[in-house]
Design a protein around this ligand. Structure first.
Ligand SMILES: Nc1ncnc2c1ncn2[C@@H]1O[C@H](COP(=O)(O)OP(=O)(O)O)[C@@H](O)[C@H]1O
Ligand SMILES: Cc1ncc(COP(=O)(O)OP(=O)(O)O)c(N)n1
Length: 269
């Protein structure tokens, strides 16, 4: 009997040369959650644990071509969107999403600022993100500052904040909790608001936690879980990756480690 076909998850996102966030985090999270990862790069970043020193956008037509290549041959069971960067990239990503079969869930992580403080979304791309991308989202996963920026109100929190983001068109919202004392995620869909609590790991490393969370959520949707169950699982996966984070790598915010590589040995060793 041949082994079962694993679900296929596609990340449309930027590359983090430091291996903490972006497609590097996404592919590790997909694998950790029992799915095969494919990727379409939107931008290359020269990035480490302290800074983003350069950004090289990928031409829009090439973003579309990457998506066409993988969807046509390998298929796709869930999509995760990360760094968009510019209005032109948002338009290309919207065009690429037209190549994804109807009904395939799309998780949007509205990446705005890296943990090191670098802006990853041009201010003029905000409108394109809201107009072209958010209405196509099955689940959107902003952190607290991103949710407030999307809502256009820096005072909102909890269910009111999630509702303001959901009013922009996604079917469900998770406002992630890494920027709160409690690290409680707030999930909201048409059925209401659910808090997703869990332990905070103050001594871990969290660079890439948002990417890991959104990718784990996409992977669980690809396995057939409902959005709320997928969001609960994603909170667990992200927290585990933070707890095992590589805080001794680099001099800034260390990368999350969803695979807990320190517990592994090289095959054959
Ligand atoms: N210190 C932490 N301990 C446990 N979970 C965390 C911690 N930091 C973040 N998380 C979890 O990681 C996920 C991503 O959260 P967050 O840090 O808000 O995103 P971002 O990396 O985009 O800022 C969420 O599920 C959040 O609850
Ligand atoms: C290329 C790239 N994409 C996304 C991010 C931000 O990722 P996130 O998981 O939100 O992690 P932090 O950078 O906030 O820790 C990135 N830095 N680079």
């Amino acid at each position: 009997m041949s082994p079962r076909r694993p679900p296929v998850c596609l990340t449309i996102a930027g590359s983090d040369s430091g291996g903490g966030a972006g497609i590097q985090a996404d592919l590790k999270a997909f694998a950790a959650c029992g799915t095969h990862g494919t990727s379409a790069l939107t931008a290359l970043t020269a990035q480490n644990t302290v800074a983003v020193t350069a950004v090289h956008p990928v031409p829009g037509a090439f973003i579309v071509e990457q998506v066409r290549a993988v969807v046509d041959d390998l298929g796709v069971d869930a999509v995760k969107l990360g760094m968009i960067g510019s209005p032109a990239t948002a338009a290309a990503v919207a065009e690429a999403l037209d190549l994804v079969p109807a009904g395939v869930p799309v998780v949007v992580d509205p990446v705005m600022v890296a943990e090191s403080g670098a802006r990853l979304l041009d201010p003029e791309a905000h409108d394109a993100l809201v107009r072209l991308i958010l209405p196509r989202a099955t689940v959107v996963t902003p952190n607290l500052p991103e949710a407030r920026a999307l809502a256009g109100d820096a005072t909102l929190d909890g269910a009111e904040l999630a509702a303001a983001v959901r009013a922009l068109g996604p079917a469900a919202v998770v406002v992630t909790g890494g920027h709160r004392d409690e690290a409680t995620d707030v999930f909201q869909d048409a059925d209401g608001t659910t808090l997703i609590p869990g332990p905070r790991h103050p001594d871990g490393a969290a660079h890439g936690s948002g990417c890991t969370h959104a990718s784990a959520l996409a992977a669980h949707l690809a396995h057939g879980h409902a959005p709320l169950e997928a969001a609960r699982a994603a909170r667990r996966v992200a927290a585990h990756a933070v707890a095992h984070g590589l805080r001794d790598l680099g001099t800034g915010a260390g990368p999350v480690d969803v695979l807990d590589v320190r517990s592994r040995t090289a095959p054959g060793a």
